[in-house]
Design a protein around this ligand. Structure first.
Ligand SMILES: Cc1ncc(COP(=O)(O)O)c(C=O)c1O
Length: 450
C-alpha cells in the first residue's frame, strides 16, 4: 500500500527550506537585487528565475561535477546544464582544446580542416552521412523542419503531446481534452500554429496512423524517449511502428537526440537500431559551448541536392553567421574523439544504474507513490506509482509543489538536480560517493515527506 505524501507535509518542508535557502545565500540575494536593475526579470536568460527558489543561485565556478555558488556553498551537480555539460563542466580535454583554439581564430565564414574529421566522426558515431552545424539545438530543429518541408512540398509537421524541442514555434501545440491547441503560454506568436502542426500522444499507433494518412505531413519530429515531461519510454515495438507508418505515408522521420544522446556514443538511435531520415544533436556536442548539428540519410540528402538544383537564388532562411565556425569544429572534434566513445560511456551508464537502483530502493523503503526510470546515463523519478505512457499522462503526474520541496531540500544539502522536473545525469566526474549522497538526500527527504 503506497504511503501518502500530504499537501501539509510538502508545504511545511518547502516553507522551512525556503527560509534555509535565504539564510545560506546572502551574496546570491544581494547579486539578485543588483541584477534586477539591468536584466529583464533580473537574469541574463529570463527562465533562470523559473527554478522557483526565492532568488536565483549565482554560480561562481563549475568544474567537473562541482558547483560553487557566490556564497561559497559547494554542490554536486546532477543537472549538468540540463545536458549541455553531460561530460562535466570544463572537461579536461575540451578545456585544453579551447586554450589552443583561442590563438587560432574563432570564425571565418569558411570551413576549417577539422571539418573533415568531425564530419567523418559524426557519420561513424551516429550512422547518417551528411551533416550541418548550427549554434543551438533549437536552430538545428528549425533548420531540419525547413529542409523537410522543402523536399516533401508539405507544410505540416507532427509532434507528440508534451514534447519539447527548444524554441521551435510549431512544436508548441498540445492536446487539451483530445483537441489540439497552441500552448497558451507562448509569447508573441501571431500565427495559428494549428495550421502548421499535428499533435498526437506518444505510443498511440492508431492516432499516428490517422494523422499521417492524408499524406500532408512533411516530418515527424520526435525524441526517441520523451525527456522533457518527466520521462516517457516508448512501448515495445513503438519505434518500429513509427518507422513503418512514416515510410508508408512518405513522411520523414526526424529524431531529436539532444537529450537521449546520454544513451551511448551513437545516441539512442544507434543503441536501439532506429533508422531515421534525420537526426538532431545539441547541447553536449561541443561540451556546452554553443553548437549543434543535424544529419541526413543518403536518400534525404539526395532529395535536398535535387531541390537545390532548381531553387531560386536568394536567402535560404537556413543558417546563421556563427554556425560551422572554426571554434565549434575544434571543440566538436575533441568531444567526439574523447567523450563520444564506448569506453567513456560505460562507467556513466554503470553509475546511472546504481542511482536508479538506489532511488528505487528508497521509494520502496518509504512506500512512496513514485517510480524511477533511466535512459543511459540519465535518470528520472516521477511522482506516480506507474509509468506514464504519453505526454498527457506524464503532464498530469507532475506535481510542482513536491518537486519544489524536494529540489529545495536537496539544494540546501548541496545537491542540484534539474529544475523543471526530476532529472539526474551522470558525468565522468560523478563518483559513487556523489551518487550515494544523492540517494541519501532523497532518503532523508522522503522520510520527512511521507
Ligand atoms: C529534446 C530537445 N531538443 C532541443 C532542445 C533545445 O536545445 P537548445 O535550448 O540548446 O536550443 C532541447 C532543450 O532542452 C531539448 O530538450
Amino acid at each position: 500500500m503506497p504511503s501518502r505524501i500530504t499537501d501539509a507535509s510538502v508545504e511545511a518542508m518547502l516553507t522551512r527550506e525556503k527560509a534555509l535557502f535565504l539564510q545560506r545565500n546572502p551574496k546570491s540575494r544581494a547579486l539578485s537585487e543588483e541584477t534586477a536593475q539591468n536584466w529583464l526579470r533580473g537574469v541574463p536568460m529570463h527562465w533562470m528565475v523559473d527554478w522557483g527558489t526565492p532568488f536565483p543561485l549565482f554560480i561562481a565556478k563549475a568544474k567537473g561535477v562541482d558547483l560553487t555558488d557566490a556564497d561559497g556553498n559547494p554542490y554536486v551537480d546532477f543537472c549538468l546544464g540540463d545536458t549541455g555539460a553531460m561530460f562535466g563542466h570544463s572537461p579536461k580535454a575540451l578545456a585544453a582544446t579551447l586554450r589552443e583554439a583561442s590563438e587560432d581564430g574563432f570564425t571565418t565564414m569558411l570551413p576549417s580542416p577539422d571539418a573533415a574529421v568531425v564530419g567523418r566522426l559524426l557519420a561513424e558515431r551516429f550512422g547518417l552521412p551528411y551533416w550541418q552545424v548550427t549554434a543551438t539545438a533549437s536552430d538545428a530543429n528549425r533548420s531540419v523542419l525547413r529542409w523537410c518541408r522543402a523536399i516533401t512540398g508539405r507544410k505540416k509537421i507532427l509532434v507528440f503531446n508534451g514534447c519539447y524541442h527548444g524554441a521551435v514555434d510549431e512544436t508548441f501545440v498540445g492536446l487539451d481534452n483530445g483537441k489540439q491547441r497552441p500552448d497558451p503560454a507562448l509569447i508573441g506568436e501571431p500565427r495559428d500554429l494549428n495550421e502548421l502542426t499535428k499533435v498526437v500522444e506518444f505510443n498511440d499507433i492508431p492516432a499516428l496512423e490517422a494523422a499521417l494518412a492524408p499524406g500532408d505531413v512533411a516530418c515527424v519530429l520526435a525524441e526517441p524517449v520523451m525527456t522533457n515531461i518527466g520521462m516517457v519510454l516508448p512501448d515495445e515495438g513503438y519505434h518500429d511502428a513509427l518507422r513503418r507508418i512514416t515510410r508508408a505515408t512518405q513522411t520523414l522521420l526526424v529524431i531529436d537526440e539532444t537529450h537521449c544522446m546520454s544513451s551511448g556514443p551513437g545516441g539512442y538511435s544507434r543503441a536501439n537500431g532506429l533508422d531515421p531520415d534525420a537526426i538532431v544533436l545539441g547541447k553536449p556536442i561541443a561540451g556546452g559551448v554553443p553548437a549543434a548539428v543535424y544529419g541526413f540519410s543518403d536518400k534525404a540528402a539526395a532529395r535536398i541536392r535535387d531541390y537545390l538544383s532548381g531553387r531560386a537564388p536568394g536567402h535560404s532562411g537556413i543558417g546563421t553567421t556563427l554556425a560551422g565556425s572554426k571554434l565549434q569544429l575544434a571543440l566538436m572534434r575533441t568531444m567526439l574523439e574523447t567523450y563520444f566513445t564506448e569506453e567513456a560511456f560505460a562507467p556513466l551508464i554503470g553509475l546511472a544504474r546504481r542511482l536508479e537502483k538506489g532511488i528505487a530502493d528508497v521509494i520502496i523503503k518509504y512506500g512512496a507513490p513514485w517510480h524511477v526510470v533511466r535512459v543511459g546515463a540519465r535518470v528520472e523519478f516521477m511522482c506516480s506509482p506507474d509509468r506514464p505512457r504519453n505526454g498527457g499522462e506524464a503532464g498530469r503526474v507532475i506535481h510542482r509543489p513536491i518537486d519544489m520541496a524536494v529540489h529545495h531540500y536537496l539544494l540546501n544539502r548541496g545537491v542540484v538536480i534539474t529544475p523543471f522536473h526530476n532529472m539526474m545525469l551522470i558525468c565522468p566526474a560523478t563518483t559513487e560517493a556523489h551518487v550515494e549522497a544523492l540517494i541519501q538526500g532523497l532518503d532523508h527527504c522522503l522520510a520527512e515527506l511521507v
